[in-house]
Design a protein around this ligand. Sequence first.
Ligand code: GDP
Length: 609
Amino acid sequence: MVLELSSDKKTWIRQPIIVVLGHVDHGKTTLLDKIRGTAVAKKEPGEITQHVGASVVPASVLNKITEPLKKYFPKLVIEIPGLLFIDTPGHELFSNLRRRGGSVADMAILVVDVVEGFQPQTIEALNILKEKRVPFIVAANKIDRLEGWKAFPDTPFLESVKRQSPRTISILEERIYQLVGKLYEHGFESERFDRVKDFRRTVAIVPISAKTGEGISELLALIAGLAQQFMKKKLVTSEDAARGVVLEVKEEQGLGTTIDVIIYDGVLSKNDLFVVVGKNGPIVTRVRSLLMPRPLQDMRMHEGRFVQVDLVTAATGVKISAPGLEDALAGSPFYVIPSEDRIQEFTRMVQEEVSQIRFKGESDGVVLKADTLGTLEALLEALRRENIPVKLADVGHVTRNDVLEAAIVSKSKPEYGVILAFNVKILPEAEELRARENIPVFKHNIIYQLLEEYLKWFKEFKERERLRQVESLVRPGKIRIIPGAVFRRSEPVIVGVEVLGGRIRPNYPLMTEDGRNIGLIMQIRDRDNVLKEALVGQQVAISIRGKAMVGRHIDEGDILYTDIPSEHVKYWLTTFSNELSNDEKLVLKEIIDIKRKSDPLYGMVFQQM
Ligand code: GDP
């Protein structure tokens, strides 16, 4: 660690915090294993690479593995103390690296299987990175699976590619080109890393194989290079009170509830007073012990997996044991409180920060429950992107009260009267009520799948709703009373008609050619069959309920139209215009012409200003 003496406080550049994201099976875990393996194999004696929840690639290792790259990048000199990789890949843990308005992660590696290309979680990761403004590079993984690829284990990509056949190289180029296209669709310029001119504008794509190790040195060199070139200011930290984020809350044998914290700023010591967010509000307590993983070679029986330390400095991953952490929430901010008189200031600060994520609102919306603050926030953001309102958002299992909230919403907005449960249980008494009230619940432990399942249901619901609405509208219809086919003159009128255009159905109102309403169709018959509708070209008998009499108000040979209410016409002209056949559209036009003679505003749609 580079400690510099400034005016009064020591400051230093910390390790950038790196996360690995990407679609399932694209090689995130394999890549992290490879990086860890490289760090362990090449580290200097005594250097620690293992943190809690994270691994460090020290500067000494970066120097060694970038040595063969010097001929390509002569200016590359490692100035940062190393890279801190978060050990668990994927969105869920990444979500817990939350920080007001952004992420604790300084940079990300987006892993894409070069053969499979973009997949749903690749896109989800991209959206999250965009939203959190986390710079990233793309690792185009599994190049060893490209047709004809000859593996040269642990060599730089630029060396390995020189020894491939022209055909294999062109296959690789084709794949990279496809990634460039996909990234462009999502608003990013990108290019193979060795052709990038301006790294601030262009996302670098590094072809790698997490399995053979090809390209790993370039990947690490690039991250180090970009971090020290573009985010040095952000990486400066000092002796101040530590700040971090709770990555996980864990029960440890002999220690009780502990929190794994990523410290991104300052110094943390034993006995420090700190605040984190708990299920029932802020928790203020003191560090009892700071724990780091016991180095592998020291692993002895009965000694436990951790060693105590007195002090840690950013950036680091550390386990904290302290009284009263039982209700702590993953994804919570972690702040050391510099002195006791500032407790209130700090508790208020975390409370305010979290009230954006855990809330109960007034308006109709879905009920959202998640296992951590981070996943809750990620889901909230994802729902916001889809314009889905949220009524209640909280951490914890689904309770009876949550079901009650959803049931209230479901009365007025059934499409939002649902519960989304991320990685949490439905408590038994809640389940009982849920089943009784028939409240849909969507459960998953993958963010995008939870969302996808609900959105699918939502769309189907809306479609059913739409169809119901269309069904409730009177459709255009034009009929003629067939001469000689009057079976009853009044109460009810029964006549034979031919459908000249559109369609008629029972309960449709009818009008004459000059716009006079003559009553409702009661029944439509074709000999002995009662029909639900009659279409253009059909000849049927209809009964009409109303005051009309044949011979006085209507007569043989008369043309009649469906008397469509003005409100329905507005729908036909706007929302549901695609639901009408051409034939129906022609009849509608005639109906509008007739009605506007007496009501110029009939069916008029006024644009809202
Ligand atoms: P994750 O779900 O993204 O963490 O993916 P994993 O790291 O678990 O990898 C999924 C599968 O792909 C495993 O069977 C890995 O062995 C394999 N895999 C990962 N990286 C590579 C690679 O570079 N080349 C090849 N051939 N297989 C790989």
